[in-house]
Design a protein around this ligand. Structure first.
Ligand code: ISL
Length: 555
């Protein structure tokens, strides 16, 4: 067994805007993170993935970068950033930066040049096309953030492509000069000592030549023409050869719409592209008609079916990332657990899943406290561009029922994950002394870090145990995965096996008790409870209590 640090690591994602404000302007910042390094160390995580901190006009909270070499004013200075990096390294932790190179901000200097004239040397850094017959966009692709993916620009009378907001023009990766500029920028950060990158929508960088229409009337789904496009693997191998291979770094590509087969191409050991990807299939189990805002109930069979497929699909080659939420997704305890009566046990049960499947676990800030979704009653309280554009298109301009759309936002909106970290029960949950940029979840008096840390049975303490246990038990990292119960309505159960060591994991995903029926192979064995989310007394061998999680060593 060859040991690899990024397989053994536990990653913690920080969304800086919402983590901790040090200067009272209501926006989280780098010094805020520095002040919480001991907290992160106490949790036991190894790697911090920092959502973008580069200079940005914040149309999409930093995912629209106007200068890759500078730090956003609201977040601090390069000196602050260096202090953060050093502080992490001193504590034995590593730093993963967010690499957003499918697009820049329209306020980036490259774009200012590019839009200035058709023969500017930077023109081909972006994707410009003439309109179709009169004043129609070049094709009918829909933007992820509503409306057409094209914006007409007066200066040169052409349209530019933006798969996300109109302030996020797509870069043209077919231009070798652009690719060199990106590699130089990556080298700049690697030479400063960063330990790797999370690559934003990296599977969208290669578009099918000709940029064909989707074939429907009106706006259509262009994803077949830009997801996992024709040259994406060539570009990633080039990036690896010219940049990444020279450093011992960790890479994870964000790849919506990726299949297991495609993921193997991105992450196969011999392919020399990326180490792992974030796949999204398990994030789609509650979406109807391919529309995230059409909420349908998810089932355990569906969720486990997807997780099982990825566990087995990447068993021999490639490597899984394990996550149930991030800054774009609802809070996992509200979505897959129960954020009422069973909030604590269900948050722990889901944590058990994340740390006992095979792959690298990613914790999103606040998850370790069991933070929950938010339900603002007014659209005015929301900040996310995806939510606001969708509301505008469907309710203000369209005829969707506002109540139905608000319900969908409550369940799926990205701001669910973006309300500030709840540090204590004091004013503004200890996040800021000023006016927070987005409202704080009113449940902070009960759910906060201070309370969690002073309670030995808290979600925080449970995460700590799981993370520590991973360090002592290679079976959690390297053990083979095998499914135990097929299509069970309540329980997900599997084993992890490494040499002689067998661990059995049983997770009750429901709010009723469930009977764990094991086949002969395991029912006759002895077992020792390693981790569980309920007190051991009162434990009946085969009966799992609501949201109970048990990890056994079998012998
Ligand atoms: O959030 C989503 C689902 O509603 C996704 O479609 C998401 O937009 C997609 O996964 C890409 O996300 C990444 O790139 C976006 C940025 O807004 C997200 O925050 C980022 O994670 C554009 O840079």
């Amino acid at each position: 067994m060859e040991r690899t640090w990024w397989k053994e690591a536990v990653v913690y994602q920080i969304y800086p805007r919402s983590f901790k404000d040090s200067d009272g302007n209501g926006v989280g910042d780098i010094q805020g993170i520095v002040s919480k390094l001991d907290y992160l160390q106490e949790l036991g995580v190894d790697v911090i993935w920092l959502s973008p901190v580069y200079k940005s006009p914040n149309d999409d909270n930093g995912y629209d970068i106007s200068d890759y070499f500078e730090i956003m004013d609201e977040f601090g200075t390069m000196q602050d950033w260096t202090q953060l990096l050093d502080g992490l390294h001193e504590r034995g932790m590593k730093l993963l930066m967010d690499l957003v190179v499918n697009h820049t901000s329209d306020e980036h200097a490259w774009f200012a040049e590019s839009r200035s004239s058709r023969d500017n040397p930077y023109r081909d850094y972006y994707i410009w096309r003439p309109g179709k017959g009169g004043n129609m966009p070049p094709n009918n692709w829909r933007s992820f953030f509503s409306g057409s993916a094209w914006k007409y620009d007066d200066t040169t009378g052409e349209y530019y492509l933006h798969l996300f907001s109109k302030k996020q023009p797509d870069l043209n990766w077919d231009n070798p000069k652009l690719r060199q500029s990106v590699y130089e920028m990556m080298t700049f950060w690697l030479d400063k000592g960063v330990d790797g990158f999370r690559m934003d929508v990296i599977n969208l960088i290669s578009k099918v030549p000709g940029l064909p229409d989707d074939g429907e009337d009106g706006l259509g789904d262009g994803s077949p023409y830009f997801m996992n496009g024709p040259y994406v693997h060539d570009y990633l191998r080039e990036m690896n050869e010219q940049v990444l291979s020279k450093y011992d770094v960790m890479t994870v590509g964000e790849t919506p719409g990726v299949s297991v087969e495609e993921a193997l191409k991105y992450t196969g050991a011999d392919r020399k592209e990326l180490q792992m990807v974030f796949q999204f299939e398990h994030m789609d189990v509650d979406a109807g008609d391919g529309d995230k805002w059409t909420v349908v109930p998810w089932t355990l069979q569906k969720l486990c079916g997807v997780l099982h497929k990825w566990q087995t699909g990447l068993a021999e080659d490639g490597w899984n990332s394990l996550y149930l939420n991030n800054h774009d997704q609802p809070r996992m305890v509200s979505r897959f657990g129960n954020d009422g009566e069973y909030r604590v046990p269900s948050a722990k049960m889901l944590a058990t899943l994340l740390h006992t499947l095979k792959g690298t676990p990613y914790i999103y800030q606040g998850e370790e406290l069991g933070m929950t979704n938010i339900q603002f009653s007014s659209i005015e309280d929301y900040r996310d561009i995806e939510i606001l554009n969708m509301y505008e298109e469907r309710v203000t301009q369209g005829n969707a029922d506002p109540g139905t759309i608000m319900e969908a936002i409550h369940v799926k909106g990205r701001d669910n994950a973006r309300t500030p970290m709840q540090w204590n029960a004091g004013p503004n949950a200890g996040f800021t002394t000023g006016m927070p940029w987005i409202r704080i979840n009113p449940n902070y008096k009960e759910i906060n870090a201070e309370a969690s840390m002073s309670d030995p049975d808290s979600v925080f303490r449970y995460y700590q145990r799981l993370i520590a246990s991973r360090k002592q038990n290679p079976v959690m990292v390297y053990g083979d995965y095998q499914l135990l119960l097929q299509d069970h309505e309540q329980i997900y159960a599997y084993t992890r096996t490494l040499g002689e060591v067998i661990w059995l994991i049983a997770l009750n995903f429901s709010e009723s008790a469930a009977i764990l029926e094991l086949d002969d192979r395991y029912s006759g064995m002895k077992r020792e409870l390693i981790i569980g989310n309920y007190p051991e007394d009162g434990m009946e061998t085969e009966r799992l209590r609501p949201y109970e999680a048990r990890v056994y060593r079998m012998f």
